[in-house]
Design a protein around this ligand. Structure first.
Ligand SMILES: Nc1ncnc2c1ncn2[C@@H]1O[C@H](COP(=O)(O)OP(=O)(O)OP(=O)(O)O)[C@@H](O)[C@H]1O
Ligand SMILES: [Mg+2]
Length: 362
């Protein structure tokens, strides 16, 4: 039987500021600051956000074995009404939840209870809302042995959630560094486990909102999901050792290390994407000066799988002109033409390749 979950703040938060934690924080903050600054130097931030959000949605969903490929994802936006891959649809919902909540938090400077409920409702429309019926436990997937029983009564869940939301939004609630605070918030949220499903994904979105809310990032571009996928058993294990052994330090270190590693990888990725945009621009201006425009260039990066309609909408040209542009881009090797169902897609292979490379990092 688990002891009931306590309210935040933790009884003595300052013990979390150990030497190893402080050292890890210094490094993580250095790379976070670099990432924040660097994001300002990319010519079109929309490109960066759309690429990284898509990647995050895919990775975050993969934690729960919702596996999809980029090809399916790029197509899903376009296949409304048709029979589409269920996994790709879930990933798209995650993207939508992420984008909407990011704009909310950016506008209000808050992460409110309603925002959290809204995120989960977009991710899990059929299982939305705070748990009302008891029975939800965290169990070992194979042995079915119960590892942890979260609070069961709706009143208790609501009280804990409102305590957590206060802790998140009240600057006076804790004197801790925002990154340590993030580790505590994530742990508490996953321990309240307020929903029937989607607790993990909602919690991971709250992480990025917290970074934005605290001014550590301006854009939603740092996501821990890939790190969590890579270190999944450690993630589950550490979540539980906090509870079983009150071992907060290793959990906090795990999260801070994830922030540092991910910030470094994202910095590297932004470098690569900047170079690619720049080179593509130069080459387009020389080889296809008659059709080059910034909007056309952006379109190839905004939609790694672009099509006539997207070019019509974004560049503001007729169907005939958009088709002509895309055919010329194909002839010059900027994109590759693929026919899927009844639509022609024009794939920015260099960008797709870069995204895959990023995924294959150890
Ligand atoms: N021992 C544990 N203590 C607290 N939380 C845990 C524990 N084990 C797992 N969790 C959390 O529960 C989440 C899974 O809950 P749920 O299935 O509701 O979310 P999900 O978004 O559907 O799944 P996932 O996180 O696997 O994508 C995990 O991501 C993790 O954060
Ligand atoms: Mg689930």
């Amino acid at each position: 039987m688990d002891t009931p979950l306590a309210n935040l703040p933790l009884p003595d938060e300052s013990i979390l500021e150990s030497i190893p934690v402080l050292k890890a924080l210094t490094k993580a903050h250095r790379f976070l600051a670099e990432l924040k600054g660097m994001a300002k130097t990319i010519p079109n931030e929309g490109i960066l956000i759309s690429t990284l959000t898509m990647q995050e949605a895919k990775d975050s969903s993969a934690i729960e074995n919702i596996i999809t490929t980029h090809d399916e994802l790029f197509r899903v936006a376009d296949m409304k009404g048709e029979k589409i891959n269920q996994a790709a649809k879930e990933v798209e919902s995650y993207c939508a939840a992420l984008q909407k909540s990011y704009h909310q938090t950016k506008a209000t400077g808050l992460i409110r209870l309603n925002d959290i409920l809204h995120i989960q409702a977009i991710i899990e429309p059929n299982k939305s809302g705070i748990r009302k019926i008891p029975g939800t436990v965290i169990a070992n997937a194979t042995t079915k042995e119960v590892i942890y029983t979260p609070p069961q009564h709706p009143d208790e869940i609501k009280a804990l959630l409102s305590n957590l939301v206060n802790y998140i939004n009240d600057a006076q609630s804790s004197a801790l560094d925002p990154l340590i605070k993030m580790a505590i918030i994530h742990h508490q949220f996953e321990s309240i486990h307020p929903f029937y499903d989607g607790n993990g994904r909602t919690g991971r979105i709250i992480n990025i909102l917290h970074l934005v809310k605290n001014g550590l990032l301006d854009l939603p571009i740092l996501y821990l999901s890939r790190y969590i996928v890579r270190t999944k058993s450690e993630y589950y294990h550490l979540l539980q050792t906090v509870r079983d052994q009150n071992d907060w330090e290793n959990w906090v270190l795990y999260i801070i290390k994830g922030i540092e590693e991910t910030a470094r990888e994202t910095i590297h990725f932004i470098h690569e994407i900047k170079t690619l945009v720049f080179e593509t621009k130069q080459r387009m201006r020389t080889e296809l000066s008659g059709i080059y425009s910034q909007d056309l260039l952006n379109n190839l990066f905004f939609h790694p799988y672009t099509k006539v309609q997207f070019v019509m909408d974004q560049v503001g040209v007729s169907r005939i002109t958009a088709t002509k542009y895309l055919n010329q881009l194909t002839e010059h090797g900027f994109v590759e033409k693929h026919r899927i169902s009844r639509t022609n897609y024009f794939v920015n292979q260099a960008l797709v390749h870069l995204i895959r490379q990023q995924e294959e990092l150890p």
